[in-house]
Design a protein around this ligand. Sequence first.
Ligand code: HMG
Ligand code: MG
Length: 304
Amino acid sequence: MSMPSRVKIVEVGPRDGLQNEKAHVPTKVKVELINKLADAGLSVIEAGSFVSPKWVPQMADTREVFIQSAIRSDVCYPVLVPNLKGLEAAVEAGVQEVAGFAAASETFSQKNTNCTIKESLERQKIVCDEAARCGLRVRGYISVVLGCPYEGEVDPAVVSDVARQLYDMGCYEVSLGDTVGVGTPRRTKDLFEHVAKVVPVENLGGHFHDTYGQAIGNIFASLDVGVSIFDSSIAGLGGCPYSPGATGNVSTEDVLYMLNGMGIETGVDMNKLLVAAEYICEYLERPTSSRAGRALLSKRHLVA
Ligand code: HMG
Ligand code: MG
């Protein structure tokens, strides 16, 4: 399998990036962030999640965020849903695409969704059937594919099995999540090769949290086996509330810097991406976690 010449970046900052923020981020800030990300040329921007507000209070305003965003016809704005109730809320808001999620370890499944893997897949099947009936596309996530914060090692055979089930029930894309960021490139490559035996590699995405600084290496390893879809978060924001100690996703700026350097097309404009990053970092009063973002911004300030 040769390296892809084009990569789709799925921007998860407004959801994965912000879901763990303790202080409420105002709806208008989330909306402005989404609009700036769209201006930067990102074609998929995860706008939020219709999950229980008791479990993830930060996402409680997803309906308003979605409705107030300047929805563009060339951009897809998926939202996360764990069950039929979430899907119904998404349909009511006018969302076109949802993302379901399951896990590759039983303990993580319980902590994140209060049910077994089997039960979460049953819920997901109901979501997929109803989404198909309503004309919505469904993306699927699998968490803890390279290690679980509670159980440690995860068997690639379990990841493959969950991936195949999500794909078979109608998820057009399955994103493999290294929720804890423990994966390293060789294991990442082996995992994708394993899963690609049951789900076409074109339909697999990589979702790497950067806790151990391995995400860029893992993306490079995945590219090498033909993966062409990567999730990332502006300024490297984020973390999963049910993955203690895990930091944000790999930053969109770091991913774009590498892909630009490799001559791989994305359609994303780095300068406009930096505008979005500066905006959210200023609001959160926090420096960016992106290495490339920090370097490029300091260079720009030197030149200016
Ligand atoms: P539960 O408590 O077992 O659910 O939670 P329940 O069916 O018993 O309902 C309890 C209450 O929640 C009820 O309200 C329901 O109406 C309400 P009450 O009667 O108590 O007032 N409820 C909902 N409200 C709004 N939207 C809904 C919904 N469903 C039920 N969809 C549940 C089960 C799945 C709902 C809960 O565990 C949950 O919401 N979990 C989501 C956790 C989450 O969002 N985690 C982060 C996202 S996943 C992630 O970050 C990983 C990823 O990035 C990939 C990676 O990095 O690995 C994708
Ligand atoms: Mg995540």
